[in-house]
Design a protein around this ligand. Structure first.
Ligand SMILES: [Cu+2]
Length: 114
C-alpha cells in the first residue's frame, strides 16, 4: 500500500503546485507590492523609525538610514504621498520606505511596516 499512496500524494502535491507557479509567472512591475517573496527584496527601501506623526501638517518625522540619493542617516521630517498613511503610523513604528523629491520636499512615496 505504501507505493500507491506515495504516488497519489505526489500527484496531489504536483497538482497543488501548478496554480502557485502560474501565479508567479505574472509580470511584476515596480509598483507590484511584494507579499513575502524574498527574491524581490526591497533593495531601494530604507529603514526608518517613526519619531513623530503630525497629521495636521501631513508630515512624519523619521530617523532614517542612508538613502539611495546619498543622504546620510539622520532624523528629519518627510511629507507623505498618501496622507492616509499617517493614520496607520505612530511613534516607535519601524518601517521600510522610499523617499523622493516631490514639489521640492522630501516625500515618502512608498511605505511598508516592518
Ligand atoms: Cu534625511
Amino acid at each position: 500500500m505504501k507505493t500507491p499512496l506515495g504516488i497519489i500524494l505526489t500527484a496531489l502535491f504536483a497538482a497543488a503546485a501548478l496554480p502557485a507557479l502560474a501565479a508567479n509567472d505574472k509580470p511584476q512591475t515596480a509598483d507590484t507590492h511584494n507579499h513575502g517573496n524574498h527574491a524581490m527584496a526591497p533593495a531601494t527601501l530604507t529603514e526608518g523609525l517613526v519619531k513623530k506623526v503630525d497629521k495636521a501638517a501631513g508630515r512624519v518625522t523619521l530617523s532614517h538610514g542612508p538613502l539611495p540619493n546619498g543622504m546620510p542617516a539622520m532624523t528629519m521630517m518627510f511629507r507623505v504621498k498618501d496622507p492616509a498613511w499617517l493614520d496607520q503610523l505612530k511613534a516607535g513604528d519601524q518601517i521600510l520606505f522610499a523617499a523622493d523629491q516631490v514639489n521640492g520636499a522630501m516625500t515618502v512615496v512608498e511605505l511598508k511596516r516592518k
